[in-house]
Structures are given as C-alpha cells and as structure tokens.
Design a protein around this ligand. Structure first.
Ligand SMILES: NC(=O)c1ccc[n+]([C@@H]2O[C@H](COP(=O)([O-])OP(=O)(O)OC[C@H]3O[C@@H](n4cnc5c(N)ncnc54)[C@H](OP(=O)(O)O)[C@@H]3O)[C@@H](O)[C@H]2O)c1
Length: 317
C-alpha cells in the first residue's frame, strides 16, 4: 500500500455512471487527494472531498494545464463517447474522443509518471464464442469497438509498465444525475410507465453492477496491477432474461417485454452476439467479488428509495 500513499488521483468522466461510483468511493479515502473531471458542470450531488474540473478531453491545451496543476500520480480514465449507435453515425467524433484524447491522456501520464487505468469493453470481441478471457483475440464489429481496441493499443504502448486496461460489460446501477439510462433503469422506468419494450433474446452479456466495477478498479489501482483485466458480473444472461429478472424484482408487467432479435431490431452499430467475460483473473489477482444480479437489484432498490432515517453505509462485499 506504500506505493499509493497520499497519491494525487484523477477520475475522468466523473459525471458518468462508472466515474460517479469511483468518485463516491475515492473521496472518502484519507490516503489520497482526489480530482474529478467531466465535460459539463459537476452533476454529482455531493461536491465535498475533491476538486472538480469541467474540461472537454479533446481540448488538449486545457487538459495539459489541468495535468500541470494537479500532477496526478494515478488516473482513472472513464470518459468516452459511450453510445455505440451514435459512434457509428459520428465516427470522427468517436475517434477524437475515444482514441485521440486517450492518446493525449496516455502521453500526459507518461510525462507525469502516472499510473493509468483505462476503461474498455467486451465489444472488442466479435461475440462468436464466449466466454472471453484476457488473452482472447479481439475482433471489433463497430466504430465504438474499434476505437476502444485502438485506445487499448495506445495505452499499452505509451505506458507498458504503468497501465491497467479494465474491460467490462453492460454496466448498470443508479445515481440521481445520470444523463443516460442503463438496462436496469430503462426496463424499470419503461414498465412502470406502462410502455412496451422490445428486448433482444440473442445477445448474451455478463452484466456488471457499477458498484462492483468501481471496487474492482480501485483494487487494481491499490495493487498497481499492470496489464488487462476483465471486470464484469458473475452471471451470463441474455438481455431478454435480464429484463425478465428486473420485472420480477419490481413485480412489473412482464407482458410489456416483447422478445425480439438483433436482426429485427436492426440497430446502426453491430453488437457481438455472445460477449460474456471470464473474470477468473480478477477474482484471483484482485480478490474481485461481484454481487449476483438479483442481490444488486435489491441494493439499487435501496438507493432508489433511501430509508427515512439514515442507515449505516452498505457493505458492498
Ligand atoms: N456503460 C457500459 O455498459 C459500458 C460497457 C463497457 C465499457 N464501458 C466503458 O466504461 C467507461 C465508463 O462508462 P459509463 O457507463 O460510466 O459512461 P457514461 O455514463 O456515458 O459517462 C461517460 C462520461 O464521459 C464524459 N465525457 C464524454 N465525452 C467527454 C469529453 N469530450 N470530455 C470530457 N468528458 C467527456 C461525460 O461527461 P458529461 O456527462 O459531463 O458530458 C460522461 O459523463 C467508458 O469508457 C465506456 O466506454 C461502459
């Protein structure tokens, strides 16, 4: 633990789901000074315990000035263009944010000798034969996925001994300010509103509770783990199966969930059919212990309906 004592740590994409969960945890730690960065104004409710910068990561000069000011010793780089269909429609924008800005951040980490933890995706795989471990061959099917493969390569090249690439899958969770929905919030809110939803039966994932992912990333950082790690959920479900479980949990009308296929949905970006991640390496080396999907739903319920009297902080493990 001595290596990480009183480090200056930066989280990019702090307004996003993963960034928020990282900030919530890291700001409570007394052994580091925390900085957070996202494009818009800070939307995290609790603004204590860290300094926030509103910065577009494609603005190289401003990003350089921020690094000069804070001289981070570790960076959790979660900021990205994350909507895969939007990336397909706007490939140049996707490349600028996901590849070029990651190159700038990797360069700056090299300059400041900072450890870089980079968030990547199960979509680097083609989905023909899961589960995938860290050594499996990548074969991206979309603009978003290609941008992540390219960014992974940059991170490895610039920081061969000081990087951690964390590939994750279908992250879900709750925070009050999120700008985009995830599978759990989307299914729950749609069914609560009585809306019919079409959900694919032929795409399989290992859905990842955002709280677990944040814990896994922090475990990697604490160990200064180097290389690639798959940090995802324990269970493999089709997206349709997940929707059923979400409806069961909140006792919502399952008839509103209409099964469909990838072909019928015909989305702009191709998705891998079966992209479950093998998390064995993270379990063994990082002591990563994710929640079961059903237990994570129960925790999200407590976040959505906080008790009238404050309770002790939940123990995530
Ligand atoms: N969510 C998933 O299912 C999933 C699956 C696999 C991998 N990942 C990876 O995990 C990481 C985090 O995902 P997430 O779900 O937390 O994403 P998210 O909720 O979409 O958040 C991404 C954040 O990045 C920030 N951002 C985007 N463009 C930016 C720019 N040009 N400059 C500065 N900040 C910018 C946004 O900030 P503002 O809100 O301030 O605009 C946004 O809050 C991403 O790298 C993603 O590719 C996610």
């Amino acid at each position: 633990m001595s290596k990480t004592l009183h480090q200056r740590v930066l989280v990019t994409g702090s307004n996003g789901l993963v960034g928020t969960k990282l900030v919530e945890r890291l700001k409570r730690r007394e052994d580091l000074t925390l900085f957070a960065l996202s494009k818009g104004p800070n939307r995290i409710q609790d603004k204590q315990g860290y300094k926030y910068f509103s910065v577009d990561i494609t603005d190289t000069q401003t990003l350089k000035a921020v690094f000069k000011e804070i001289k981070p010793q570790a960076v959790f780089h979660t900021a990205a263009m994350t909507q895969v269909d939007q990336c397909e429609r706007e490939p140049e924008k996707c490349y600028t944010i996901n590849v070029e800005a990651t190159r700038t951040i990797a360069q700056l980490c090299k300059t400041y000798e900072a450890y870089l933890l980079f968030l990547s995706t199960d979509f680097v795989f083609d989905g023909k034969k899961d589960p995938y471990d860290e050594k499996a061959r990548v074969n991206p099917l979309s603009v978003y996925a290609r941008s992540k493969v390219e960014a992974e390569g940059i991170v490895r090249r610039y920081l061969p001994k000081q990087h951690c690439i964390v590939r994750t899958s279908l992250v879900y969770g709750y925070a009050p300010h999120l700008s985009r929905k995830n599978i759990v919030l989307w299914v729950r809110e749609s069914l609560l509103a009585g809306k019919t939803i079409r959900v694919v039966i032929d795409q399989y994932r290992t859905p990842t509770f955002a709280e677990d992912l944040a814990e896994g990333c922090i475990a990697a950082f604490r160990r200064q783990a180097t290389g690639t790690y798959h940090i995802a959920g324990l269970e493999r479900f089709s997206i349709y199966e997940m929707a059923q479980l979400i409806a069961d949990h909140w006792k919502l009308d399952k008839k509103l969930i209409r099964p469909t296929t990838t072909e019928a949905l015909n989305q702009p970006a191709k998705r891998p059919a079966k992209s479950a991640l093998n998390i064995f390496k993270a379990q063994v080396e990082l002591d990563y212990r994710p929640h079961r999907f059903k237990n994570a739903l129960a925790l999200i319920e407590t976040q959505l309906n906080p008790p009238a009297f404050p309770m002790p902080e939940p123990l995530w493990f």
